[in-house]
Ligand binder design. Sequence first.
Ligand code: ATP
Length: 301
Amino acid sequence: MISVRGLSKSYGDLEALRGIDLEVRRGEIFAFLGPNGAGKTTAISVMEGYLDRDGGDVEVLGEDPANADRDWRGRVGFVLQECRMEALLTVRETLAMYAGYYRAPRSVDETIELVGLGDKADERAGRLSGGQQRRLDVAVALIGDAELLFLDEPTTGFDPSARRAAWQVIEGLRELGKTVLLTTHYMDEAQELADRVAVIAGGTIIADGTPDDLGGRGDAATVISFDLADVGAAERVRGAVAGEWAGANGRLELRTGDPTRSLNELTGWALAHDVDLARLEVSRPSLEDVYLELTGTEPGS
Ligand code: ATP
């Protein structure tokens, strides 16, 4: 659906994209992650045909978006980062207007329901809250029933339950066989939705893969941690259970590549010695941990 080779783009002296490569397959949900100013919106804008590139090859739905015609536009839907809807039009009127641009749009009322604006259908767009306006943006992206959707930070400003609802909408798109390219600063969103992610920083793709495997995450050690204030017991458990031990202030950490065995040995030892492993936790590096390590930044900073 999308093929990008050596895409570059500068704004004056600033190299926003330094030759990125990308493939997005049909039916896939692909997420772009990266700190502010990394180049995500620039890359998406080129793929949408809204921004000219300096170099590289870009094919979207088999065509160069720089030469896209009306037909091509009808096959692509967007949520732009900055959307300003006509403030005086109601939600229903806004969607009816956009539906008019497409040959085979979705039903306006169904789309309103889909994004959870059912009780706001007759409200003017200018009187919606920030999160509700974003839902309207998502509805506008969906109204054309496009086969490829670009969603630039689609859930920014959503409350937690609205985000969950939006995820369901996006999951629903997958079931309809649509292809989605989204950007997000929410790692849980990428984890939940994306088949594949690419991390972009300083105009370069620094890592890509599935959310579970990104940056070697799939092979990373599991960490088992628990509280054990008794120094003697802590000493004994370190001797009894193999693995890489660390910890401070009464909290012990065991890194292991074989968590099933390590947990069995650890809990077996604790039961046999009548020791309570308080606040026992088993964790693997989250997508956010890997992202922070790759980019050396806080998400959204
Ligand atoms: P964010 O997460 O904040 O949305 P992003 O990854 O989408 O960031 P871009 O908007 O692509 O980043 O910006 C990449 C770089 O290009 C930034 O340094 C930005 O300041 C610069 N830039 C973007 N648009 C323009 C423009 N129209 N003119 C000049 N510089 C620009």
